[in-house]
Design a binder for this molecule. Structure first.
Ligand SMILES: Cc1ncc(C[n+]2csc(CCOP(=O)(O)OP(=O)(O)O)c2C)c(N)n1
Ligand code: SF4
Ligand SMILES: [Mg+2]
Length: 282
């Protein structure tokens, strides 16, 4: 799906996630501005072996919806994918929400590197609480928004969280989304070496620490049921988790945190788990 020698940074989680797109039959990508645009390549070149349309932020899901309708009328099989960053999910939120409410027959993928990376690491609504970014130099003041739960509240047909740390699980979720119909949403945790300030060979390690510390939950929601998935099942039980400090201390964006800050973050994560557990059927 994606050629080697593309313009992503070393250790880029987005190019890794894009490599998994071969699990989906006849994919067509709709991409707003962001690192994904850069990875896909600059006209007249392209790193992608599949059709891509580049769109303004706020139109992403509307363009994807229109494209899918056009393919249907032409009798062409296509899995149209609105592929965006977390910042694009902020700026295009009204369009995304309307698309989910209409149950557009498309897949939406959010590659969440917890900031507006392509323009220099500005905080988004998905930025982790207390993380340093260029617009939150003392640490972000509010908690990360939970997009997956918001999509479940829209009664989406399929919602999954995934991570580049567990590619087989991510591939399985792409496959399942590609086989289903209706509004499908996949939220992928994407640790970014330059933006989060860790060495580029540690992307997978950091991604796995996020899951093991409970900072990123892995689940799937379909047929009205939420189930924990893959290795994520193990970390529903707090007793199996590594310390949150282990995850946070391996990243420069958290270098300023005190032990008290980490305690506060731990409590916030526990509250988030309580909410997810209430949705769960496991
Ligand atoms: C309407 C509009 N506003 C601002 C920009 C500038 N811009 C380009 S990429 C980007 C950041 C996107 O962040 P995100 O969606 O999280 O993707 P990432 O780069 O992190 O993968 C911004 C603000 C733009 N291209 N268009
Ligand atoms: S800034 Fe991060 S997400 Fe963007 S291309 Fe580089 S590694 Fe990938
Ligand atoms: Mg981003």
């Amino acid at each position: 799906m994606i050629l080697p020698g593309n313009t992503s940074c070393q250790g880029c989680p987005i190019s890794l996630a894009m490599r998994c797109l071969d699990e989906i039959e006849n994919p067509v990508l709709v991409i707003p501005a962001g690192c994904s645009t850069v990875v896909a390549g600059l006209h007249p070149n392209s790193a992608m072996k599949i059709p891509v349309i580049h769109v303004p932020f706020a139109s992403t899901n509307a363009v994807a919806c229109g494209l899918k309708e056009a393919y249907k009328r032409l009798g062409v099989e296509a899995n149209v994918i609105a592929w965006m960053g977390d910042g694009a999910a902020d700026i295009g939120f009204a369009t995304l929400s309307a698309s989910a409410a209409r149950r557009d027959d498309i897949i939406t993928v959010v590659v969440d590197n917890e900031a507006y990376m392509n323009t220099g690491t500005q905080a988004s609504l998905s930025t982790f609480w207390k993380a340093k970014t260029t617009t939150s130099p003392l640490g972000k003041g509010d908690e990360k928004r939970d997009l997956a739960l918001i999509m479940i509240a829209h009664r989406a047909d399929y919602v999954a969280t995934a991570t580049v740390g567990y590619v087989e699980d991510l591939r399985r979720k792409f496959r399942r989304a590609g086989e289903l119909k209706g509004f499908r949403f996949i939220h992928i945790h994407c640790p970014c070496p330059p933006g989060w300030r860790f060495p580029s060979e540690k992307t997978i390690e950091i991604a796995r620490k996020a899951v093991a510390s409970g900072a990123w939950a892995l689940f799937e929601y379909y047929n009205g049921k939420l189930r924990f998935s893959g290795v994520g099942k193990r970390y529903v039980d707090k007793g199996n988790r590594i310390s949150l400090a282990d995850y946070l201390r391996s990243q420069g964006r958290f270098e300023h945190l005190s032990d008290e800050d980490i305690n506060e973050l731990e409590n916030a994560i526990e509250k988030e788990w309580e909410i997810i557990r209430k949705f769960s059927n496991d």
